[in-house]
Design a protein around this ligand. Sequence first.
Ligand SMILES: Cc1cc2nc3c(=O)[nH]c(=O)nc-3n(C[C@H](O)[C@H](O)[C@H](O)COP(=O)(O)OP(=O)(O)OC[C@H]3O[C@@H](n4cnc5c(N)ncnc54)[C@H](O)[C@@H]3O)c2cc1C
Length: 336
Amino acid sequence: MKILHNHALLPYNTFRIDAKAANFFEVFSVEDLRAVLRHGIKPVLVLGGGSNLLFTHDVPGLVVKNSLPGIRVVRKFSNKVWVAVGGGVVWHDFVCWAVGQGYGGVENLSLIPGTVGASPVQNIGAYGVELKDVFVRLSAVHLETGEQRSFSKASCRFGYRDSIFKQELKGQYCITSVVFSLTQHQHQLNLSYGDIRKTLEVEQVHTPSIADVSRAVVNIRRSKLPDPAEIGNCGSFFKNPETDPAVLDQIRLHYPDAPHYTLPDGREKIPAGWLIEQCGWKGKRVGNTGSYEKQALVLVNYGGATGAEVQRLALNIIESVQQAFGIRLEPEVNIR
Ligand SMILES: Cc1cc2nc3c(=O)[nH]c(=O)nc-3n(C[C@H](O)[C@H](O)[C@H](O)COP(=O)(O)OP(=O)(O)OC[C@H]3O[C@@H](n4cnc5c(N)ncnc54)[C@H](O)[C@@H]3O)c2cc1C
């Protein structure tokens, strides 16, 4: 068992924050994980691709880097195929595998950074699809007892960028594998969200395949979001707030064209990026950090920013939006 000490986390987080882990252990099998736990060391952080984490200081305990591999078909029936995927598999590699096999359901989630093991934690979503739409169950190991447990969809309590693993069970389990239900044929394509349909029309694709949709999503994302390999970021820093209709009415007195989306329960979802932009933050640089020029919701590290610096900027943005609109933004990113 090789535990590394005082290990640099810079290569392991897409915000490119220079933090250190007091102890660091990479797991390639559930047995590796159990071996560490048998030594009585409780990991303080399970790390996937580090694409939804902001380190504001060094991590004092043990960081477990999840590199559990494997993609295998476990069941085929009627139009469905169930696929079990190791928690350490890179999410987009799994999407590419599915598209390559002709299996549908995850093409709209193309190019989301991170690992499969982290995908249920915040119920990742993009372009009208969420992880819960294709989720069957997951396996996880309890970080104190080493006990293995299976979680059904209901027991994960998925919500908007949320699950039980961000709430009551936060930091208690390592998700070791996830089973997905995909379609083998008669795919239900979801083209209505964002620019997918428009992009396909420009490409003159009239009867799109899942590969066409995946390619369109990749192209749209590349044109809108900063590539973490070039500029440090964690994608959307804040969640889109859900408010009472009265709050939206108030905003519309001054901004009649304020964008919003009415939820099934009658509440209104307002794009956080729009709120931040109205407060003048879009493209604004503060020291080594700032709000991205093409999307105000994305905070970036221009190089050399500390986590505390990014957190300060986030707090200032929260304060501005609160003062201007009476809405308190909540971070989507996990701040440590
Ligand atoms: C450019 C960019 C675009 C993005 N776009 C989207 C998007 O469209 N939609 C979206 O939903 N997200 C998006 N994200 C956020 C991010 O990609 C997802 O949240 C992703 O699921 C994080 O995976 P990760 O492996 O990097 O997790 P990490 O950042 O390593 O960890 C995130 C949290 O999950 C916990 N965790 C990680 N792995 C496990 C595990 N195996 N078991 C238990 N807990 C675990 C960690 O402890 C931490 O609390 C984007 C990020 C970037 C940088």
